[in-house]
Design a protein around this ligand. Structure first.
Ligand code: NAP
Length: 252
């Protein structure tokens, strides 16, 4: 039996969108602790700088921050151009930036649908396409943070679910094309996770927010890092990860 060989991702370059908070932030910290060089993308430069500062205290790494509203096509194109000039390769492209909207179908505005399309689907599409030459250079990896909302329909989530289901097909489709170029594509489908987005969702649903009862972003990040470290002879296409409800003593 040949020995198990995990890939070393130290010194590799990862771009994370939505790195200023939640799942993207947890991924940034987890990858930094592996010695990965990071490019952090998000709307708020202050949030990105705070993450970069936190990384610098724990590891000697160059972290690059790009403030960009991914929902604005001209800003997205400027980001791609700037990355093309500054980097020869990108090893991991992780799409975590995302927005949500909820409400009954009869009241959902088409403007909100268009906004979700631009941020949650168009941006990952165009960023992956624009950075393909850099991803091909080292046979990189693409990770899409999707949602269980893409897999199961429920009331009040028509716009978000429809766009996330589109993201699922985007990932599955490009995997069939990029596989032969050695580029792996992973979709991650988390359930409710303790992040600022979920706190806001609880507020809109008039529910008490108990983050300790939800999935933790660090646990998602650890699973993704584990998958990224797998030898190139293996591929995980989909990762579904759910919060585990504590059973009450009576239900044993
Ligand atoms: N939390 C959950 O329960 C859950 C469950 C399943 C899937 N997800 C998905 O997980 C991903 C991360 O969400 P999260 O829960 O970590 O939420 P979060 O803490 O609110 O983080 C979302 C991040 O996306 C960035 N972002 C939003 N709109 C952007 C835009 N137009 N341009 C650039 N960056 C933008 C935000 O940047 P700024 O802070 O700078 O604005 C923020 O850093 C999302 O795709 C979400 O759909 C979340």
């Amino acid at each position: 039996m040949s020995p198990k060989v995990e890939r070393n991702i130290q010194g590799k370059t990862a771009l994370i969108t939505g790195a200023g908070s939640g799942i993207g932030l947890a991924l940034a910290l987890a990858l930094a602790s592996e010695g990965t060089r990071l490019i952090l993308v998000g709307r708020s430069r202050d949030k990105l700088n705070a993450v970069a500062k936190q990384i610098k205290t724990s590891a000697v790494l160059d972290t690059v921050c790009h403030a960009c509203n991914l929902g604005v096509p001209s800003q997205l194109e400027d980001l791609i151009e700037s990355l093309e000039h500054s980097f020869e390769s990108i090893d991991m492209l992780i799409h975590s930036a995302g927005d949500f909207c909820m409400g009954s179908f009869s009241s959902l505005s088409v403007d909100k649908l268009d906004h979700l399309f631009r941020v949650n689907l168009r941006a990952p599409f165009r960023l992956t396409q624009g950075l393909l030459p850099l991803l091909r250079a080292n046979q990189g990896e693409v990770v899409f943070i999707n949602s269980t909302a893409a897999l199961h329909a429920s009331p009040n989530w028509a716009a978000y679910s429809a766009i996330k289901a589109g993201l699922e097909m985007l990932a599955d489709s490009i995997r069939t094309e990029l596989d032969e170029q050695g580029i792996r594509v992973l979709s991650v489908y988390p359930g409710r996770t303790a992040t600022p987005m979920q706190k806001e969702i609880h507020r809109l649903e008039n529910r008490t927010y108990n983050p300790e009862e939800l999935l933790q972003p660090e646990d998602i990040a650890d699973q993704i890092v584990h998958i990224l470290r797998m030898p190139k002879t293996a591929e995980v296409a989909d990762l579904v990860i759910l919060p585990r409800r504590k059973k009450s003593p009576a239900s044993h």
